[in-house]
Design a binder for this molecule. Structure first.
Ligand code: NAI
Ligand code: MG
Length: 495
């Protein structure tokens, strides 16, 4: 068991009342109100977050604007890079505390939160490298006379980062890292269910030397603080990760001042296993494509298409693998699956399990809550439905829990047609030994990322985005950084 009496976490939680972090300081909400935030492993209140309203968002946006126009605007690329390296080192030093805090706050096992350490540090270093990449071009022209034409890039300004609860320790960096790389400033609105690691990170950023006001955090409800940020006339760009439904609200709210948007939304990603695949890899690969983080992953491979000739045997092996997974206390380092985030999500996932049964899918394993010592938390068994049809509700809607729908198919063409018969397009995968099949799927799957003989592998230098209603804009890679920059063309008359 991990020791939660470790001083840093205890110190941070000694006072469970957590304020906003604005302009380098803790600031209570102007209304004085709070919202409870829970530990999903036991359902108890872990922290009382400041309940941000439009007034708090106004204060935070004003601080971000002042910082954007202040000394921060004169940081050179090299200075921003040096700062990001300091941030990297401080996060590395404090990582154990952050991982433990994240596990307490959102229920991911410490094996997972500690396991993403290197990846997260790589993301920060990637953004450190990108400070040197905010370049324009000199472009040849055919104008009469003596003109020089070029482009230059400039930071877009104040970025609102609205992020979900399924991994804020990591996902905040797609906003914070890019803002620090490009010279933007940020107002973060973490999810009401899991805000603590974002608050603690903001404090660490100040310790690393990031000027006050460059990264601010306003906590509270999406319908209040989130909506105020999304519609704020002083915010230039919103980077949002969350549900497709809220994504639509963000698009509407952006219209007032034509905010730039990056939206990473829901998914119902196809994971396609052909009979010729290396099943020793495909079985655990397909299982963890959904069970990781208790299914609370945007790109989870929840529609598992399996070639009919191996469907039955594959489901058996999948069930056997699922039974080896240890569900339990996130602070136990041997646990692989923690609880769902909240009572609301538990109810939602359980309702999909019951709909699956009613619509005729066969429950091959799981499907129940986990009781006993875990009954106080939001735990659910890894769940597998077999013989699912792609038209059933459980194959169409994002469940966001550890629920796999196995759908049999007969031919590659049929697999592709069914895989693309969805309103989403975030990820997709194919397991095969055939180059022909692999190539056909790689080109044919309509999704922002396709994995071949692996699942969920994401490098910070490689972009990650969506087709269709999974959103637009790019996370990772140089295109991500471009999203935080305006491009300006310049024409100089040399005569
Ligand atoms: P959500 O999309 O409502 O929440 C994400 C973030 O948006 C949170 O910070 C929330 O406070 C904020 N928010 C909510 N309403 C807002 C508004 N009107 N304006 C601005 N910000 C707002 O997602 P929720 O309700 O927590 O989860 C519901 C479902 O959404 C899940 O079951 C899952 O299917 C999906 N989801 C997808 C995620 C992904 O990574 N793609 C992450 C979280 C949820
Ligand atoms: Mg929590």
């Amino acid at each position: 068991m991990n020791d939660i009496s470790k001083p840093p976490v205890v110190n941070f939680l000694a006072n469970p009342e957590k304020d906003h972090f604005i302009d380098g300081q803790w600031k209570p909400s102007l209304s004085g109100e709070r919202v409870d935030s829970f530990n999903p492993a036991n359902g108890r209140v872990l922290a009382k977050l400041a309940r941000g309203t439009k007034d708090d968002v106004d204060v935070a946006v004003a601080a971000a604007r002042r910082a954007f126009e202040g000394p921060w605007s004169r940081f050179t690329p090299h200075q921003r890079q040096a700062l990001l390296i300091k941030v990297h080192d401080l996060i590395e030093k404090n990582y154990d505390e952050l991982a433990l805090l994240e596990s307490l706050d959102m229920g991911a096992p410490v094996a997972r939160t500690a396991g993403v350490k290197n990846w997260m540090l790589q993301v920060i270093m990637y953004f450190a490298s990108q400070t040197m990449n905010c370049n324009g071009q000199t472009i040849q022209n055919s104008l009469p006379g003596n003109f020089t034409t070029m482009t230059i890039q400039a930071p877009v300004g104040v970025v609102g980062g609205i992020i979900p609860w399924n991994g804020p320790l990591m996902s905040q960096w797609w906003v914070v890292g890019a803002a620090l790389a490009t010279g933007c400033t940020a107002v973060m609105k973490p999810a009401e269910d899991a805000s603590l690691t974002v608050l603690r990170t903001a404090e660490l950023l100040i310790e690393a030397g990031v000027p006050p006001g460059v990264v601010n955090v306003v906590t509270g409800l999406g319908s209040e603080a989130g909506a105020a940020l999304a519609s704020h006339p002083g915010v230039d760009r919103i980077a949002f990760t969350g549900s497709t439904q809220t994504g639509r609200e963000i698009i509407k709210a952006s219209a007032g001042n034509m905010k730039r948007l990056q939206l990473e939304l829901g998914g119902k990603s196809p994971d396609i296993v052909f009979a010729d695949a290396d099943l020793d890899k495909a079985v655990p690969g397909a299982a963890m494509a959904v069970f990781s983080n208790t299914g609370q992953v945007c790109y989870a491979g929840t529609r598992l298409f399996v070639e009919r000739s191996i469907h039955e045997a594959f489901v058996e092996r999948l069930v056997a693998f699922g039974k080896t997974l240890k569900v339990g206390d996130p602070l136990d380092p041997t646990v692989q699956l923690g609880p769902l985030i909240s009572q609301r999500q538990l109810d939602r996932v359980m309702s999909y399990v019951s709909i699956g049964g009613k619509e005729g899918a066969q429950l091959a394993s799981g499907g129940g809550r986990v009781g006993g010592a875990l009954a106080g938390g939001y735990f659910i068994e890894p769940t597998i439905f077999s013989n699912v049809s792609n038209s059933m509700t459980i194959a169409r809607e994002e469940i966001f829990g550890p629920v796999i729908s196995v759908i049999p198919f007969d031919t590659a063409d049929e697999a592709l047609r069914l895989a693309n018969d969805t309103e989403y397009g975030l990820g997709g995968a194919v397991w095969t030994r055939s180059v022909n099949t692999m190539t056909k799927m790689m080109h044919g799957i309509k999704a922002g990322t396709v994995w071949v003989n692996c699942y969920g592998v994401v490098d910070p230098a490689v972009g990650f985005g969506g087709y269709k209603q999974s959103g637009y804009g790019w996370k990772g890679g140089p295109q991500h950084v471009d999203g935080f920059l305006y491009q300006k063309s310049v024409c100089i008359n040399g005569d």
